[in-house]
Design a protein around this ligand. Structure first.
Ligand SMILES: Nc1ncnc2c1ncn2[C@@H]1O[C@H](COP(=O)(O)OP(=O)(O)O)[C@@H](O)[C@H]1O
Ligand SMILES: [Mg+2]
Length: 214
């Protein structure tokens, strides 16, 4: 279980988080709504360890990880522009996290191919990522995020660059993968329908406070 306890974060005189607390259970998806500039992305970065909080703690499975560097948290982040590596083909994009963890390339590629099969992308394994459609690239990005079996997944408006039809079909697919793998997930979105379709719970960030939407 992921737990944020009394997290505070301020830029100049504005509190993006003001003693904010929330927990996300294993396999649970919590949607995070909030106006642009409310601090949603900053909050995800605090969870990932990419940005320090001014105050408060982050716990995972009862362990205080507030001071742990991002690479030791085994959390995965996925942003709206999903930045795949354009010089690598599909399978090497997906295998990247495993190769970084020093797995032999052959083993990493085998695991990447298996992951691509789960996403119905196996036939694209050797394609250049730049030749894929937006939706396919988004699925490759999720496969890449999930291959290291992260304990926490942080999705920052993952579908906002896609058209409405595609968004809708990817929601269900993403939700299934996340739930099956038992990953605690925070989904930042400005789309309440997306929140409804994917999340178990929904909260809103405003003036540094979280309120329950449903
Ligand atoms: N490193 C930083 N230094 C100063 N201000 C920042 C920094 N990062 C973000 N901010 C400010 O914090 C606010 C919240 O940003 P952000 O977390 O990106 O909001 P959201 O994702 O909800 O749109 C913005 O007003 C932004 O300008
Ligand atoms: Mg943002």
């Amino acid at each position: 279980m992921l737990e944020l306890k009394n997290i505070s974060k301020r830029y100049e005189n504005r509190f993006l988080a003001d003693k904010l607390s929330i927990s996300v259970s294993r396999g649970e998806i919590v949607a995070l709504l909030g106006a642009s500039g409310a601090g949603k992305s900053t909050l995800l970065k605090i969870v990932a360890g990419l940005e320090p909080a001014d105050d408060g703690q982050v716990f995972f499975d009862q362990q205080d990880i507030t001071q742990l560097p991002p690479e030791k948290r085994h959390f995965a982040l996925m942003f709206q522009d999903f930045a795949l590596f354009p010089h690598l083909n599909v399978v090497d994009n997906v295998a990247f996290g495993l190769i970084e963890q020093k797995l032999p390339k052959k083993v990493a590629r085998e695991q990447a191919v298996a992951m691509l099969a789960r996403f119905n992308l196996a036939t694209h394994a050797t394609d250049k990522v730049t030749t894929l459609s937006g939706g396919e690239q988004q699925r490759v990005a999720l496969a890449r995020a999930l291959i290291t079996q992260p304990k926490v997944l942080l999705l920052d408006e993952p579908f906002s660059a896609l058209d409405a039809d595609l968004r809708q079909s990817l929601r269900e697919e993403f939700k299934q993968h996340i739930t099956n793998m038992g990953i605690s997930t925070i989904l930042v979105t400005h789309d309440e329908l997306e929140a409804r379709a994917m999340a178990n719970r929904c909260v809103r960030l405003s003036a540094g406070q979280l309120s329950v939407v449903w």
